[in-house]
Design a protein around this ligand. Structure first.
Ligand code: SF4
Length: 164
């Protein structure tokens, strides 16, 4: 079970490293697109952005705690998993204006956020209780834990310095 968790974390790391190439890929794509990206936080100072991320982290933590109870799902045994996902959702809320799923690679994040399919809770979660981020786990999942509550402090402890 531990090795499966390691694989999941490696996938997360891979997605993050692939995302790191996104700016250069966007540069290449920009020559084919008439519309440049207009990110929501582009005019914020670092201090304003930090405050916005803190506020969004509180909002996404509250959302997760409510949604998990409404859907009868639970958090992972390893609470660093929901913490990292919630932080990723909060970062996207600030950057894109919507909580775009942080566990996927997108060629155009702004377009995806507008489309809404992968805004949390995404369509697969709403329709079939499928959360590939492992934020909301059903009872039959091998990694399901007992918790239905996570605090903002826990989220920041596990994912404080993370940036998408
Ligand atoms: S897979 Fe869906 S429900 Fe799970 S974190 Fe991503 S957007 Fe949210």
């Amino acid at each position: 079970m531990k090795s499966a968790m390691k694989i999941f974390l490696m996938i997360q790391a891979l997605i993050t490293s692939v995302s790191a190439f996104a700016p250069s890929m966007n540069k290449v794509q920009a020559s084919f697109k008439p519309q440049p990206l207009h990110l929501k936080d582009e005019n914020m100072t670092p201090e304003e952005r930090e405050i916005a991320v803190e506020k969004a982290t509180k909002a996404m933590t509250a959302f997760s705690n409510t949604y998990i109870k409404n859907t009868g799902t639970k958090y992972c045994q390893d609470m660093s998993i929901p913490a990292v996902v919630i932080k990723g959702l909060a970062e996207h809320k600030v950057t894109l204006g919507a909580p775009l799923c942080p566990c996927r690679y997108y060629e155009d994040k702004e377009k995806e956020a507008k489309d809404g399919y992968w805004n949390c809770p995404c369509v697969p979660m709403r329709e079939r209780h499928e959360c590939h981020c492992m934020l909301f786990l059903t009872e039959d999942n091998d990694f399901v834990g007992e918790e239905t509550e996570i605090t903002v402090e826990e989220v920041n402890k596990h994912a404080g310095g993370m940036s998408m």
